[in-house]
Design a protein around this ligand. Structure first.
Ligand code: C5P
Length: 291
């Protein structure tokens, strides 16, 4: 048996940190929007053990890769001793705040569960996903979501009407940002560390009942406080993007990707051309329909 599954990514329309928890994680509320940009995972049944290969030689292929950790958790939980091979064709950049690795982990759980004829119910996959990473449960389902707790408590939402027909521009500079570093550094930014709850629901409501321009001020990311101070180029990107037609420009997750939203394809394409000619070819960029 052999099949291929797509593995997507996300942007955080809002990421509001509410405080540091006893367990070292941070309590937050976030609005997560799926982005139609995909890696591919090829699954093949194999005699024994788990075999993993990846098109990107810079990524680990041992337990340092979430695909391998997801497979180990799956096989242990399902009590399966037969083997599988997985190949990952990587297109989504790493350390980008797009959740590409978390998406790969969720897709591995779904793919192996399909291969072995669904030994685990969806609730069990959710538990395993939460063990793998705070973002992973979101990727078991392709819908937008409001997520709480450390990000693993996912409430799905219908696609937001304000984003109908909107376009997305993504720019990931030639450096990544470490997620643990970004959260740890909030200690130097008490206002960003202790956000006021309710902003995620307020933005979700405006995106449901109003237009994109009504919602523009509600987009927010607490992790920008440390990230934009350490990497001022990210603030320069945002200023350039809003000066050149973006309705919204914000860092996604813990960075380093900046996303911009425009109300039309032509505005996004113009933005992309201007951005490339201003900041050059070392930045990874994509222009795509948002939903
Ligand atoms: O859950 P995940 O593996 O993605 O988290 C990576 C790191 O980011 C954690 O080890 C923690 O340092 C930080 N983090 C956090 N609070 C969250 C999510 C992540 O402090 N809600």
């Amino acid at each position: 048996m052999s099949f291929t599954l797509r593995s997507g990514c996300k942007i955080n329309l809002l990421l509001n940190v509410l405080g540091r928890r006893e367990d070292g994680f941070h309590e937050l509320e976030t609005l997560m929007q799926p982005v139609p940009l995909f890696d591919e995972l090829n699954f093949e049944q194999a005699g024994k053990g788990f075999h993993f290969t990846c098109s990107d030689a810079s990524l680990p292929t041992d337990g340092g890769n979430l695909v391998v950790r997801a497979a180990e958790l799956f096989f242990a939980a399902a009590g399966i001793t037969e083997g599988a091979s997985v190949h990952l064709e990587k297109r989504i950049p790493a350390e980008a705040g797009l959740g590409g690795g978390s998406g790969n982990a969720a897709t591995t759980l779904l793919g192996l569960n399909k291969m072995f004829e669904e030994p685990l119910p969806l609730e069990r996959l959710h538990e395993l996903a939460g063990e793998l990473g705070s973002d992973v449960p979101f990727f078991l389902d392709g819908r937008p979501a409001l997520a709480l707790g450390r990000g693993e408590q996912v409430e799905h939402r219908d696609p937001f009407p304000a984003l109908d027909g909107a376009w997305l521009f993504l720019a990931r500079p030639g450096f990544g940002i470490s997620t643990p570093w970004a959260y740890r550094s909030l200690a130097d930014h008490p206002e960003a560390l202790n956000g006021r709850p309710g902003r995620a629901k307020a933005l979700a409501d405006t995106l449901t009942l109003g237009g994109l321009s009504d919602a523009a001020d509600g987009f927010y990311n607490s992790l920008e406080a440390p990230a934009l101070r350490k990497f001022p180029i990210l603030a320069i990107y945002q200023e350039f993007l809003t000066d050149n037609g973006a309705q919204v420009a914000l860092m996604s997750g813990s960075g380093s990707t900046t996303f911009a939203i425009t109300s039309s394809k032509s505005a996004a394409e113009t933005l992309g051309e201007r951005f490339r000619s201003r900041f050059g070819a070392t930045v990874w960029v994509r222009t795509l329909a948002l939903q």
